[in-house]
Write a protein that binds this ligand. Structure first.
Ligand SMILES: NC(=O)c1ccc[n+]([C@@H]2O[C@H](COP(=O)([O-])OP(=O)(O)OC[C@H]3O[C@@H](n4cnc5c(N)ncnc54)[C@H](OP(=O)(O)O)[C@@H]3O)[C@@H](O)[C@H]2O)c1
Length: 338
């Protein structure tokens, strides 16, 4: 099994090289490919021969990433504008993709926001919820026709071990009744990522769409910029990074290509450190609402927080409930739940 060959130190490129993977003729779309883990995922997929599509909000910044990758791989890589704070932007982007491409083999929902103060999007939803979950739920619904055209396609949702901090607040998704914490809002959205992957897999696996989610590791990217600059909350320097960006992209590449891992092919799994993680633990229920405390827990209890999934992210009942709610909110319905 690949799970035995790769671990927390493996880089994305090592997986491609060691397995001699070629993905010529395959199409891979990565949301948020303009920075951090997404840009490295795009580079490695392009190196493997895939036709890569990335999205960004700043096309000048994105073009620099495209140019650098093309210079190295000589591959096909396209850049599109997508702002996940707006359902209208998602619909415009999805239309362009459906018009431009014949099929999609890999959809990597990677774009994400963390540590943002309370703010609502133009559509009226809490920022983490819409960027990290609702807009990417809508995008997937709109791209399903392309995913279904491939004999087997993969949807890979980049979640986080921070999902353990908080479950879905079905009666207060928007933090209008309870006190706001950006860690809780992020955790709710990352729990949503896992439940979404599970329900997508349940509904579409029989039609060839395999869906899994993952925690990439704790990596120094722009994601942590608000924490790193937050002198007032004394967060600067508190995050304990455990991987390079090259290692951070590895579990995504593993989820795309570990074709001899039966669990992954069955789908609906949560992975970390290039392995499916099955140990179920109790969530933290918001008891550790900042990164520093999580690291204290981590050190004090000598546990690897990556190697388990929270119970609140395993309920198929909640996965279905979230799916139906997300359909209502985004006005998209591809298939009824049964
Ligand atoms: N880094 C970590 O330690 C860590 C740990 C656990 C999970 N993750 C997850 O890994 C994923 C990638 O994170 P990263 O560390 O690579 O972060 P990053 O360097 O900040 O990159 C985030 C990407 O998301 C895009 N994005 C952000 N807001 C967007 C919006 N409103 N509309 C469209 N795109 C938007 C960014 O685009 P712009 O270039 O336009 O800003 C960028 O390409 C995220 O889902 C994150 O939750 C990361």
């Amino acid at each position: 099994m690949y799970g035995n060959r790769f671990n927390e130190r493996t880089t994305a490129e090592e997986i491609i090289d060691q397995l001699k993977i070629r993905s010529d003729g395959k199409y891979a779309l990565i949301t948020g490919g303009t920075d951090g883990i997404g840009a490295e995922t795009a580079r490695v997929l392009s190196k493997s021969g895939a036709h890569v599509i990335i999205t960004g909000r700043d096309l000048t910044k994105g073009q620099t990433v495209v140019d650098n990758i093309k210079q190295e791989t000589n591959g096909h890589i396209d850049l599109y504008h997508l702002d996940l704070t707006s359902f209208a932007s998602v619909r415009v982007f999805a239309r362009q993709i459906v018009d431009q491409y014949q099929h999609l083999d890999y959809l990597i929902l990677n774009a994400g926001l963390f540590g943002h103060p309370y703010e609502k999007t133009v559509d009226g939803y809490e920022m983490h919820l819409q960027i990290n979950h609702l807009s990417q739920f809508l995008l997937t619904q709109l791209l399903l026709p392309l995913l279904l055209k491939s004999s087997r396609s993969h949807v890979i949702v980049v979640s986080s071990a921070m999902h353990k901090n908080f479950g879905i607040q079905f009666d207060d998704l928007n933090f209008e009744k309870q006190a706001y914490s950006s860690c809780k809002a992020y955790a709710q959205s990352k729990t949503a990522n896992i439940l979404f992957a599970k329900q997508l897999n349940k509904l579409y696996h029989s039609e060839g769409v395999v869906s899994n989610s993952l925690h990439p590791g704790v990596i120094k990217t722009r994601l942590h910029r608000s924490f790193e600059s937050d002198e007032s909350a004394n967060m600067k320097g508190k995050v304990k990074y455990d991987k390079s960006v090259q290692q951070g992209a590895a579990t995504t590449i593993y989820a795309c290509f570990a074709s001899d891992d039966k669990d992954l092919l069955d789908g609906g799994q949560y992975c970390a450190d290039c392995q499916v993680q099955k140990q179920v633990v109790n969530g933290w229920n918001g008891l550790f609402p900042d990164i520093g405390a999580i690291m204290k827990l981590n050190e004090g209890q000598q546990i690897n927080v990556s190697h388990s999934i929270a119970r609140h992210a395993t309920s198929m009942e909640d996965a279905q409930k979230l799916w139906e709610l997300s359909e209502q909110i985004t006005g998209s319905a591809s298939k009824s739940n049964e």
